[in-house]
Design a protein around this ligand. Structure first.
Ligand code: URP
Ligand code: ZN
Ligand code: ZN
Length: 461
């Protein structure tokens, strides 16, 4: 059984900051305190002058996702490796059945793909069609697998999109099962019509992706789906909330007392705006994701939403495609696979812009990096904190260490970084996952398949 002591560091959680040692045995934190007596043979990490934080949860990733005629470029091994390098020790991917496919069959496919993960994982189950069979299988995934969150797409018309009737039926079932509904909120009919209009006008370049999905499209869908959730009485979590228009819908709901409404924003939308689409040639395709990057002013509104507690979680929607894959949409922006890489960079970017930028306290940072999403998705206190009995997933973090982000050095399996050239201060030095030191100052010691599937608790427990 592995034995590991982190000595000399300052523990930082969502609520506390104090000097203490952490002793891990096997995959569990066994003791926290001063001058701990530990067995012979214990590996010691000297964290003097450094912070010791709970490992990150990325609640929104897509590894090896078949999407828009291709497959996202990171599989569960390379994607979780990139995560480990960026302090992420747990991911929640999305199991996405095809139209008319059994949820349980899709789950078998995802289990097969996930066997190579180097870090722990769970899935949100996507509802992409509706029938009695789907309703029955939802109960099976909750009871037998501990998958307690269900994803709904209001966009991607003709593929993943659900209409209001289907949303209503699925939300009712999620409520019966004590789950939580998660939603990609963009009005898919509006997007579809704007895309057709732009193409008819000969506007085919990647820069028109953002024009086809303006913030109003997200604001409308966010308001509508929150109201549907209100009528049903089900908790709802808006994924990748990217605009002030959508944030206003969340704030309005919370102000009228609809308190089981949550929002997640991506580090992508927090640090970039739609200037990224003003690049020469086809380069802007590297930034084609949905929702798109927003006009200036929107990222500032999202930071305000984080500060005010109106946005409770951050993620990345890590869904990378190479430029060769993006070229599928060379002559038609609607065919560019949607998605960007980011899992490796959220921790340092959120610290750099949040804590160094004077927007977040260190404790708020931890809540937004891991703890809040662990609570919302039924992983807390196994994940998301540093406590005796919790999983030994830890990040030793140097707030003074700088790094310049680049596709030349990142672990994402793609040829572009959307954060290319950004220098960030605050980076992990050591990462411990499941009690094992898996990253030490750039040296990776991961084990293919070491990641475990995590059953999660029902909402609210
Ligand atoms: O562009 C994106 N976000 N791709 C991944 C699928 C999704 O909508 O989350
Ligand atoms: Zn989405
Ligand atoms: Zn996504």
């Amino acid at each position: 059984m592995s034995k590991l002591l982190i000595r000399g560091g300052e523990i930082l959680t969502g609520t506390d900051r104090y000097q203490a040692e952490v002793y891990c045995e096997g995959s569990i934190i066994r003791a926290i305190g001063a001058q701990l007596a530990v067995p012979a043979g214990t590996e010691v990490i000297d964290a003097t002058g450094l912070l010791v934080m709970p490992g990150g949860l990325d609640p929104h990733v897509h590894m090896a996702l078949p999407f828009m005629g291709t497959v996202s470029a990171d599989d569960f091994e390379s994607g979780t490796i990139a995560g480990i390098c960026g302090g992420v020790t747990t991911i929640i991917d999305f199991c996405i059945p095809n139209a008319n496919q059994s949820l349980l069959e899709a789950l078998r496919q995802w289990d097969e793909k996930a066997k190579i993960a180097v870090a722990d994982y769970s899935y949100h189950m996507a509802i992409t069609w509706w029938s009695e069979q789907v309703a029955e299988e939802m109960a099976v995934v909750v009871r037998e697998r501990g998958i307690t969150s269900f994803k709904h797409f209001m966009a991607y018309k003709g593929a993943l999109m659900l209409n209001d009737d289907q949303l209503y039926h699925s939300f009712c079932r999620v409520k019966e099962l004590n789950g939580i509904a998660t939603v990609h909120a963009e009005n898919g009919d509006l997007v579809w019509n704007l895309q057709r209009k732009l193409l008819a006008e000969g506007k085919t370049g990647p820069e028109y992706h953002a024009v086809s999905r303006p913030p109003e499209v997200e604001g409308e869908a966010t308001n509508r789906v929150i109201r549907i959730a209100e009528v049903v009485g089900v908790p709802v979590y808006i994924v990748h909330l990217s605009s002030k228009a959508a944030l206003e819908a969340v704030i309005a709901a919370r102000l009228r007392g609809q308190r089981h409404v949550y929002a997640e924003s991506l580090i992508n939308h927090l640090v970039l705006d739609d200037a990224v689409y003003r690049q020469p040639g086809f380069e802007a395709a590297a930034y084609v994701m949905s929702p798109p990057f927003r006009p200036a002013g929107n990222p500032a509104a999202l930071w305000d939403g984080l500060k005010a507690g109106m946005i409770q979680a951050t993620g990345t929607d890590h869904c990378p495609f190479t430029m060769q894959q993006k070229a599928m949409g060379k002559d038609n922006f609607t065919l560019i696979p949607n998605g960007c890489p980011a899992i490796e960079d959220r921790m340092s970017l959120l610290w750099h812009h949040g804590v160094n930028g004077g927007r977040l306290s260190p404790q708020e940072f931890v809540n937004l990096f891991t703890t809040n999403a662990c609570r919302i998705f039924g992983l807390y206190p196994r994940k998301g904190t540093i406590a005796v009995g919790s999983d030994a997933d830890l990040v030793v973090f140097d707030p003074e260490k700088t790094r310049t982000i680049s596709a030349r050095t990142h672990h994402h399996r793609v040829d572009r970084s959307i954060f290319e050239g950004m220098t960030v201060k605050g980076n992990p030095t050591h990462v411990i996952a499941g009690g094992k030191l898996v990253y030490k100052e750039g040296d990776l010691r991961v084990e293919r398949g070491a990641g475990r599937f995590l059953p999660r608790k029902p909402y609210g427990l």
